[in-house]
Design a protein around this ligand. Structure first.
Ligand SMILES: [Zn+2]
Length: 262
């Protein structure tokens, strides 16, 4: 009896240690075997880069593949759902090549979203900013972009929305307003600026990148941290500082003209 218990216990420990987060596919429309292989190659390559750059997610990711042709891009629409499972819905045009899928930012963006819990609509600028900042970090890891090309991409995205962030209102308030006006680009990149600055300050002060905090955050806090404040505090605690909380305070309360920086 005791031997069985010990065997059971060691098997449990073994599977706990080797259990890896996996992608689980649902084909929502008809796809040929060749198309399915291409989609699997695209998403598994992206997910590997997410895991090496951000960390091992403490759950499997359920991907739903829909067909949407004729929109002149490989993945014209995608979104995530966190309940009851961690899910991503990809609407794709399988006529594009694997190279074209891999060069697209959508999968790195959607997969990055899952590193933090659902934040709620009210502060969507925070979660969209988070995924928009990380999408290029993941593409760098994939070898789809270089350090130089991500720096120039951040620069061009921030320059493109700078005009909206020169006022005395806070970055958060402007981002919320831009979303109401359906100016998503302004909302996404206004939010992303917080994470860009967080990364820059961490490199300068702690000699580490923002994404390097997630190995630990995913283990300790991904399933327990709640809301923007809870998430930022938990990430700050990983390195024992308050860069994130200080930036969040400025983005919510300070003048955007003084706080939107790149
Ligand atoms: Zn998004």
């Amino acid at each position: 009896m005791r031997a069985f218990f010990l065997l059971g216990l060691s098997l449990f420990v073994y599977f706990q240690t080797v259990a890896q987060s996996e992608l689980r596919y649902t084909w929502e429309d008809e796809f040929t075997e060749v198309e399915k292989q291409k989609v699997r190659a695209w998403l598994s390559t992206t997910y590997k880069a997410v895991q090496s750059k951000i960390g091992e997610y403490p759950f499997d990711v359920y991907v739903h593949i829909h067909r949407r042709e004729g929109k002149e891009e490989p993945c014209p629409w995608a979104n995530t759902w966190r309940y009851p499972k961690q899910q991503i819905f990809f609407h794709i045009d399988p006529n594009y090549s694997l190279e074209e899928f891999l060069a697209d930012w959508t999968a790195p963006h959607e997969m990055s979203h899952l590193a933090i819990p659902y934040i709620g609509e009210k502060e969507a600028w925070f979660s969209e900013g988070f995924a928009s900042f990380l999408q290029y970090q993941v593409m760098l890891e994939m070898g789809e972009m270089t350090k130089m090309s991500i720096d120039s991409a951040y620069n061009s995205k921030f320059s493109g929305v700078l005009e909206y962030y020169r006022s005395t209102e806070s970055v958060g308030d402007i981002a919320i307003q831009k979303r109401k006006e359906s100016n998503y680009k302004a909302m996404y990149w206004g939010g992303a600026n917080l994470f860009y600055q967080w990364n820059q300050q961490l490199i300068e002060k702690e000699n580490r990148e923002f994404s390097s905090l997630f190995q630990e955050y995913l283990k300790c806090c991904r399933k327990t941290s709640r809301g923007v404040d809870g998430v930022v505090k938990a990430i700050d605690e990983v390195y024992g500082g308050t860069i994130g909380q200080d930036l969040l305070f400025k983005f919510r309360n300070g003048e955007s003209g003084a706080n939107f920086k790149f």
